[in-house]
Write a protein that binds this ligand. Sequence first.
Ligand SMILES: Cc1cc2nc3c(=O)[nH]c(=O)nc-3n(C[C@H](O)[C@H](O)[C@H](O)COP(=O)(O)OP(=O)(O)OC[C@H]3O[C@@H](n4cnc5c(N)ncnc54)[C@H](O)[C@@H]3O)c2cc1C
Length: 424
Amino acid sequence: MSAARTPAPRIAVVGAAAAGLAAAEGLRRLGWDGEITLVGDEPHPPYDRPPLSKHVLSGGWEPERTALRDAGQLSELGLDLRLGTRAVAYDPGRRALTLGDAGQTVLRCAGVIAATGVAPRTLPGGDAVEGVHVLRTLDDALALHRRLATPGRRLVVVGSGVLGAEAAAVARALGHQVTLVGTEDTVMGRVLGPKVGRLLADVHRAHGVALRSGQAVTGIRAEAGRATGAVLADGTVLEADDVLLAIGSVPAVDWLRGPGAEAAGLDLSDGLRCDEFCAAAPGLYGAGDVARWYHPGLGRELRIEHRMNASEQGLAAARNLLAELDPERFGERRPFTPVPYFWSDQYDLKLQAHGVLAGADRIEVRTLGEDPLKLAALYGTADRATGILTIGLTPRQTRSLRALIATPAPWPEAITGLTETVAA
Ligand SMILES: Cc1cc2nc3c(=O)[nH]c(=O)nc-3n(C[C@H](O)[C@H](O)[C@H](O)COP(=O)(O)OP(=O)(O)OC[C@H]3O[C@@H](n4cnc5c(N)ncnc54)[C@H](O)[C@@H]3O)c2cc1C
C-alpha cells in the first residue's frame, strides 16, 4: 500500500507580467521548490509594456519582440502557468485563491503575491465605440497601430501625461494630425513641474502637435458606433477619427475585495496597501503598479507605476514571502527601499528620472550651456533632495546626480552637486 503523498506547498503569483514574472523567477532562484502557480488574465505569456507606446505603436517592433522570456526560459521555471485566467477572489484567512475558470478552481496556497497592475481609466460613452482606444496591453497597442497604418488620420490624445505624450510623439512621427488635450498648459507638468512641463509642451508644438490645454474631455461623440470626436467641457467638439484615452489608471484590486479581505483588514483604497516588507497580511505580498507600500527611507507610502520598480519589487516580495514562510531557511525579511527610476522616450529625447519627483515643493532646473533640451532638474523639500530628472546628459553625469538623492543629500548640498555636475 503506497503512503498518501502530501501535495507540494504552493505559492500563487497573480498577474503574469513584469512584477509577477520577477516574483516567480525570484522564488525559484531563492530556492522555493514547491509549486508556483502564475495566473494571468491576458492570453499572452509575460511581455513588456514600455515598448508598446514606442516601438509597437510605431510598427518598428513585431509584437513577439516584447516577450520578456522565451518559451524555453519559461519552461525552465517549472511553473503551473495559467494564462487567460482571472483570479476572482482571495481569502487571506484561509489562504484560498479562487480562479475564474470554468470550474471556479480554489487553490490553497502557502502564500500569494499580488502583481495585478492597473487598468486604464475610461470615459463614459466610450465603451465599444470603434476608434476609442486605451493603451495598456499588447492588444491595445496593436489595435491603435492598425488604425494608424492608414495615412492622414486625425488623432485626439486625451491626457498629457507620459503615456499621452509618447503616443502623440509616435503618431506625429507617422505623419498623423495629432491634438493633445490636457488640463494644464504643460506636458507631463504634473510630475515634472511647470518649467520642464512647458519646455516639453514646446517640443511637442515644434513637432506639429496641436496642444489644447486647460480643458477636460468630458465625453466621446460617436455616429453609428464610430468615434467622430472628443467633447470638451465647454461643449466644443474636437473632430477625430481616433481618440486615445490616456487619463490615468486604477489599481486592479477587485479580486481582493470581499469579506475575507475585510476580516484580514486589507486596505484597498489606493492599490493594495503593504508595509515596508511589501506584506499586506500574513502570507499576502504586493508588487509592482498595484502595490502601495511604506518606504522607510523616505518615510512615506509610495505606489509607483514604473517598469523597473515592478521587477525590483517582484523580487523583494518573493524574498520576503519566503522569509516569512521559513525564516530559518530563507533568512530575515528586508524592507524594500529602492531608489525609483523611470524613463520616457519622446521624439529624440530621453527623459530619465531617479528618486521621487512627486510631492516636491521645490524644483531647480539647470541647462547645459545654450541648449534648453539638455538639462538636469533637482526635486525636493527644504530638508532634502528626493529626485532628479535628466534630459540629454551623459550617463556619468546622470550617475553622479543619482548619488545625490540615493544618500540623500540635504537640499543646499544637492544644489551644489547639481551645479558642479552640470558644469563638469
Ligand atoms: C504603454 C506603456 C508604456 C510604458 N512606458 C514606460 C516607460 O517608458 N518607463 C517606465 O518606467 N514605465 C513605463 N510604463 C509602466 C510600466 O510598464 C509598468 O510600471 C509595469 O508594466 C508594471 O508591471 P506590473 O507587472 O506591476 O503590472 P502590469 O504590467 O499591469 O501587469 C499586471 C498583469 O496582471 C493582469 N491581471 C490584472 N488583474 C488580474 C486578475 N484578477 N487575475 C489575473 N491577472 C490579472 C493584467 O492583465 C496584467 O497582465 C509603461 C506602461 C505602459 C502601459
